[in-house]
Design a protein around this ligand. Structure first.
Ligand SMILES: C[S@@+](CC[C@H](N)C(=O)[O-])C[C@H]1O[C@@H](n2cnc3c(N)ncnc32)[C@H](O)[C@@H]1O
Length: 285
């Protein structure tokens, strides 16, 4: 049996694919049908290379070996498998709804502190956008006195590190209006590699934390007024999606808002939520 392609790619056979797929589904809930085999093969090449492991059977043996019970490689495997695509101001209608409807309605109830959660925050563009739009709201409404903080969680340690660094390629902010860029981003000095960094006053509003939605208890210290969990649930099967949203409900205040991605739905789920805008839900009890 061939172990590598002519271009040197290690070949992932069905047996190893099924073992890793079962592990990933079990550990982080991400569905791994047969159609994901090539994607898995390609994303794990870098792990085999980094470890100097010559074949997938040897890699599987390594990942599941008792010495690995710890299990550092499992974390790196999950890092490699997760899809982390994101960008600033993604699905802008949500940020519009948040500042024109959700925040004013929440402040009307008399609260002076907003707890916002970016659940599945990837490399940070979503939580930083949440902080920037909240800052803009505060500036436009000086009479509405309140403080806020953003909790940003993800299961992938690699993206959390990127998020904490808060450094992004210049290209990733090209569609952000200039006045917003000036207020919230610092320009890097390296001309060869143009980059921006989020300013400290925004960075300090965000707490990053590793959190796996498959855990029974999220162990969060605070309840939330606004939860963004976008483009994460699509990777789970329906019962898992419902179970995760139910866990969110423990942390969402009555009257609080849940924002899902535009291709995600709570259709046919038995949850204490009413739809208030496309893929925006409010907790009713
Ligand atoms: C496509 S990104 C979405 C990022 C952002 N919310 C957005 O909409 O732009 C999906 C993120 O969900 C995270 N994720 C996947 N499974 C997870 C789990 N079981 N627990 C927590 N985060 C998970 C991935 O690591 C990834 O960063």
């Amino acid at each position: 049996m061939r172990e590598s392609t002519s271009s040197g790619l290690k070949i992932l056979e069905d047996r190893e694919f099924r073992k890793i797929a079962a592990f990933v589904e079990n550990k982080v809930g991400i569905k791994m049908p047969e159609s994901k085999k090539l994607m898995m093969q390609s994303r794990l090449q870098s792990r085999l290379k980094a470890l100097g492991i010559p074949t997938f059977p040897a890699y599987v043996e390594y990942v599941f070996s008792s010495e690995q019970a710890g299990n550092e490689e499992a974390i790196l495997l999950i890092d490699a498998i997760t899809t982390n695509l994101t960008h600033f101001y993604r699905e802008p209608n949500h940020f519009n709804y948040m500042t024109t409807e959700a925040i004013p309605a929440l402040l009307k109830t008399g609260i002076t502190r907003l707890n916002i959660w970016s659940a599945g925050c990837s490399s940070g563009e979503e939580p930083y956008t949440l902080a920037m739009v909240t800052e803009e709201y505060k500036k436009a409404n000086p009479d509405a006195w309140f403080d806020y903080s953003v909790l940003a969680t993800d299961v992938s340690t690699k993206v959390l590190q990127k998020a904490r660094n808060a450094i992004y390629p210049m290209d990733s902010v090209k569609s952000i209006p200039l006045d917003i860029k000036k207020k919230y981003f610092l320009k890097g000095k390296n001309r060869e590699k143009p980059e921006v960094r989020i300013k400290p006053e925004i960075r300090q509003k965000i707490q990053f934390q590793r959190l796996n939605f498959m855990d029974d208890d999220f162990g969060l210290a605070n309840v939330m007024n606004i939860i963004f969990c976008r483009n994460v649930l699509i990777y789970f099967d329906k019962p898992t999606q419902e179970a995760v949203i139910r866990k969110f409900m423990k942390y969402l205040t009555k009257g609080g808002y849940l924002f899902l991605g535009h291709s995600e739905t709570i259709f046919n789920m038995d949850l204490p939520l009413k739809t208030v805008a496309p893929t925006v839900f409010q907790k009713i009890y």
